[in-house]
Design a protein. Sequence first.
Length: 246
Amino acid sequence: MATGIVVREIAPFLKGKWVDPAVIAVDDQLNYAIPIVGGHRGANRIARELHKKDVVRLAVISTATEANDVQSVEAIAARLNRTIVNRTSTKALNTTFLFEPVEIAHLTGPKIVIVDDDVAVLSRKNASALAVGVGARKGIDKSMVLEAINSSLVELNASIEDVDTIATAYLKLSEQGISEAAFELGKPIAFVPKQIIDATRGQTSSRAEMLGLSGVAEPCALALSNLCELLLTKRAYGGVTVAIAR
């Protein structure tokens, strides 16, 4: 329907940026997918997915960061399965992203951290669960990823219920096999940025060094873990590598 109708219909229910769900308007000719609210909270991603799958001709993105092909703080937090503790910091950071890169620091504790208003603090959603880092060859099938994850959990006498997040490198965004495996397991998937991977080195050498990364499975698992303790070093299962941390 028309965006004007959508705005009037949802207006009485809007409460605020951090609680409103993503809402996208699509015209009746399937020309455009237009995020109305919640652009940084999923609407932009959904609109682009509709365009990618040829459901609509164009995704109309108006948020400043995504419109300039820059990630927002909210998008980074979602990919890392983290919660933004100091939400007021996002405005200053997202503005900075438009003009220059922002360093991402991964700190392990115990520590006391004092930050300014333009520093975003991302906390883990589940402090006690496992993080499963996954690397895979290009075009890997979902079944092989599922088999590898399940086999690695067996080695730890753990189950999928003990897992909080599946983590892989940002380079694997288009790998459907990994994303589909995470979806089937009912777990969120985090696509870890290069800055965090390189700041969180694993214990085992990796062929990912040829791609300019310190690794994939181990650093991704450690980056999403609570205690930064590697419980299962990188294991190779066919075309899939898996590491587990807590």
